[in-house]
Design a protein around this ligand. Structure first.
Ligand code: AVI
Length: 331
């Protein structure tokens, strides 16, 4: 590769945008008129929500990002050494790509060119983080796909030639129902050739106290993140939510192995949402379910792999056994 400018090494693929605001309106209406009430965690991530999530990743209580980073830092060169130098790195849900740097550097230290294909719903985040990476790494080429995971998977064949390592970090798998996670990984597996690999960060089952603190931090950032979905409804759908009249609640459901997040109405109230022509009634103490974050045991990780047509080839843990980074191969 001849040294070229960052822009010359950047391609952005933006599959035809679906009308996300219609979908948001439909899902909010269905969720707030259903019983029990719910809102999908997919809608946490507007600009403000993405910034709040980045702040969560820095919190002392939110051990996930930090421990995953520690694992990657310790094992990145071993991970990279398993792959040929023409391997493309694909990342699902790249966000700000902070942890990816560790792997990019490990791969770049072994070859003089590397293709990185981040897939992310946030157009602006993708562009910003790609250009920063391209400024920093002169031998990197980025083909960014702005879209949902399924858009990214559909484009992979056209964009990646030769072997690939697909990254799905941050325990994003945890926000899928278990069966849904297996179905999604099966679709990822469908895009894989025998020599391709998939590296997945998965949070582990652990003590309730550690988990509940991670999702209800002392600075109240997670509470703001959760409440931001109401702010988004106010802003985008003409909602009249008083954010002071709801409180954040995070509880570990140990039997199912998941953190459940709720917004609890602190009083009986009615809230109008103009664009939906809807008035929602809340009882005092009524909870709106906003997120599940599943935690996995080692047996559940094996079962997830088996259900997706994958086999666990290698697993790395942090010193406190809080988090796992798993390398899967197609069966
Ligand atoms: C993005 N996802 C993996 C986070 C999690 O831990 O489930 C979202 C989150 N919700 C509250 N804090 C972080």
């Amino acid at each position: 590769m001849t040294i070229s400018t960052p822009l010359e090494r950047f391609t952005l693929i933006a599959p035809e945008a679906e009308n996300h605001s219609d979908e948001f309106a439909r899902e909010v209406e269905a969720g707030l008129t259903g019983l029990p009430k719910s809102l999908s965690c997919r809608y946490f991530y507007d600009r403000e929500g993405s910034l709040l999530f980045e702040a969560i990743c820095e919190l002392p209580e939110y051990y996930l990002t930090r421990t995953e980073g520690e694992i990657l830092l310790e094992h990145a060169s071993e991970i990279a050494s398993r792959f040929s130098t023409d391997t493309t790195l694909v990342e699902l849900g790249s966000g700000s790509a902070a942890k990816t740097r560790i792997l990019l550097e490990a791969f770049l230290s072994r070859s003089d060119e590397l293709r990185y294909v981040p897939v992310d719903i946030s157009h602006t985040m993708l562009e910003e983080s790609s250009l920063t990476l391209l400024e920093e790494y002169a031998h990197l080429e980025i083909v960014a796909i702005a879209g949902e995971y399924h858009d990214g998977l559909r484009q992979l064949r056209a964009v990646v030639e030769g072997p690939k390592l697909i990254l799905w970090l941050g325990s994003n798998v945890g926000n899928f129902e278990r069966a849904e996670a297996a179905r999604f990984l099966r679709r990822v597996q469908d895009t894989m050739s025998p020599s391709d690999r998939l590296l997945v960060g998965i949070d582990l089952r652990k003590d309730r106290a550690i988990l509940e603190k991670a999702y209800d931090d002392s600075q109240g950032i997670t509470a703001q993140f959760n409440l931001n979905i109401l702010a988004r409804i106010n802003c985008e759908l003409g909602g009249h939510f008083d954010l002071e009249a709801f409180r954040h609640r995070a509880v570990y459901n140990e039997e199912i192995g998941r953190i459940e997040m709720y917004l609890v109405s602190t009083r009986a109230q009615r809230v109008a949402i103009d664009q939906l022509d809807l008035e929602v009634q809340f009882a005092a103490g009524e909870a709106v379910h906003t997120e599940n974050s599943y935690k996995y045991s080692f047996v559940e990780i094996e079962a997830l792999a088996a259900a997706a047509g994958l086999r666990l080839q290698r697993q790395w843990l942090d010193a406190g056994c809080r988090f796992s980074v798993n390398l899967f191969a197609p069966v």
